[in-house]
Write a protein that binds this ligand. Structure first.
Ligand code: UD1
Length: 419
């Protein structure tokens, strides 16, 4: 297994280009199952999660070609409706094929996703929505089976604006009879990207980005060519890397409006964030100021940036309180940051961080994707070297994090376990 050795006390400087969004491309790849025609998707990042979704599509009978950030999917041969347990276990987002398979074949079977590293992640909102569209649900032998003889439009009110449930229900509704209305829908930019892709296929979806999404069912779909939006969490991670190292970096290929919740918080800490039409510059001189924050659905502060900004607050001037309201167990990075000298106390869903002037390198473990990114950032700012194990978590969602950071002046080595 590979690990990172991150040399500390580096100042980042230069330009880094952001790739396509992981959380946009995964549902869009799933949505390609709705049509029997070809989908060509541009700006697809080289991530393990993308390769896992590719395997899921291939397992279902699709032919997928992925070279130089272009992914071509031919779904004319799709003939299975079941996702193998091994794939669902590798990546929870495999369950995003449920909506499209239900829409196209009126049946789907996936293994129950169970919990994960950041907390229990039920599927009740997805399933209740499918039920109101006329589907029957059977949960047996560790699998969820969904079947509908007559899939029809419905009025759905989500108890919580779940990203995955909104996406699955939008996709199921595309080929359903009549109109589906999803209220209290998630408003993340990735939902808008999915709507644009679906409409490119010939679907009739409107309202994404707002509370209410309306889908008018259609009977057939076309082929499509589509470019994925830039990854706002990858961009936010580099912004925070600039801040924690007292650096000056230009982050290109971004949509600055999508970064607003992150930019606003970084500005409160004293970091200078300058927006250009499709790039942002982050400059930080001296120590960041401590600021409280709470994770919220978009346009609130994203839970996927909580660990990275916690790393920044670990060395900030003052005391920070972070409330994690989206996931019930997303503080696993706290123990690892403590090993590096951070002063953090967890009380339920809140973390209290007393900033220290400097962290020190240590042996730590990436417990999930964003926790791993947080440790890399902490390592860049710490004294001496930090050794991060289990970096396969990081490769799930960052293309070349080490290579891109090294391009900005970092010194990160990727090594195999036998050091
Ligand atoms: C997506 C993102 C993930 C991000 C999260 C929140 C992808 C591939 N992943 O995950 O990176 O952290 O949004 O922004 O896009 N919930 C229920 N019942 C359900 C569904 C969700 O209770 O049926 C709860 C979850 O347990 C969690 C909260 O809702 O506590 C948010 O989950 P959700 O928005 O669904 O996140 P994902 O779509 O899984």
């Amino acid at each position: 297994m590979e690990k990172f050795i991150v040399m500390g006390r580096t100042r980042l400087e230069g330009t880094v280009r952001i790739g396509g969004s992981k959380n946009a491309v995964l549902p869009i790849m799933a949505a390609s199952l709705l049509t029997s025609k070809n989908s060509t998707i541009f700006d697809v990042p080289h991530l393990t999660d993308v390769l896992t979704m590719k395997k899921v599509l291939e397992h279902l009978g699709a032919r997928v070609n992925f070279t130089s950030e272009v992914l071509e999917v031919d779904t004319s041969g799709v003939n299975r409706h079941e996702v193998a347990e091994s794939l669902t276990r590798q990546m929870r987002a495999s369950n995003l094929v449920m909506g499209p398979l239900l829409g196209r074949f009126h049946r789907v079977r996936v293994s129950h996703p169970g919990g994960c590293d950041i907390g229990s992640r039920p599927m009740d909102l997805h399933l209740k929505g499918f039920q109101s569209m006329g589907a029957a649900i059977h949960e047996r032998y560790g699998f969820i089976e969904v079947e509908a003889n007559d899939l029809h439009g419905a009025e759905i009110h989500l108890d919580f604006p779940s990203v995955g449930a909104t996406e699955n229900l939008m996709m199921a509704a595309v080929l359903a009879k009549g109109q589906t209305v999803i209220r209290n829908a998630a408003k993340e930019p990735e939902i808008v990207d999915l709507q644009n892709f679906l409409n490119g296929l010939g679907a009739k979806v409107k309202g994404a980005g707002l509370d209410v999404i309306r889908v008018e069912g259609v009977t057939s779909l076309n082929s499509v060519e589509y470019t994925i939006i830039p990854d706002r969490i990858e961009a936010g991670t580099y912004m925070t890397a600039g801040a924690i190292t007292g650096g000056d970096i230009l982050i290109t290929n971004v949509i600055p409006e999508h970064l607003e919740p992150i930019s606003a918080k970084l500005r409160e800490t004293g970091v200078t964030v300058t927006e250009y039409p499709d790039s942002v510059r982050v400059q930080c001189a001296g120590r960041a100021r401590a600021v409280d924050f709470k994770t919220m659905p978009y346009p609130g502060f994203p839970t996927d940036m909580q660990p990275q900004v916690m790393a920044l607050m670990a060395t900030a001037d003052g005391t920070t309180v972070i409330a994690e309201t989206i996931f019930d167990n997303r503080f696993k990075h706290v123990d690892e940051l403590r090993r590096m000298g951070a002063n953090i106390k967890v009380e339920g869903r809140a973390a209290i961080i007393k900033g220290v002037p400097r962290l020190s390198g240590a042996f730590v473990e990436a417990t999930d994707l964003r926790a791993g990114a947080a440790l890399v950032l902490a390592g860049l700012a710490a004294e001496d070297a930090t050794i991060i194990e289990n970096i396969y978590h990081i490769d799930r969602g960052y293309a070349q994090l080490d290579g891109k950071l090294n391009g900005l002046g970092a010194r990160i080595m990727r090594v195999n376990n036998h050091r």
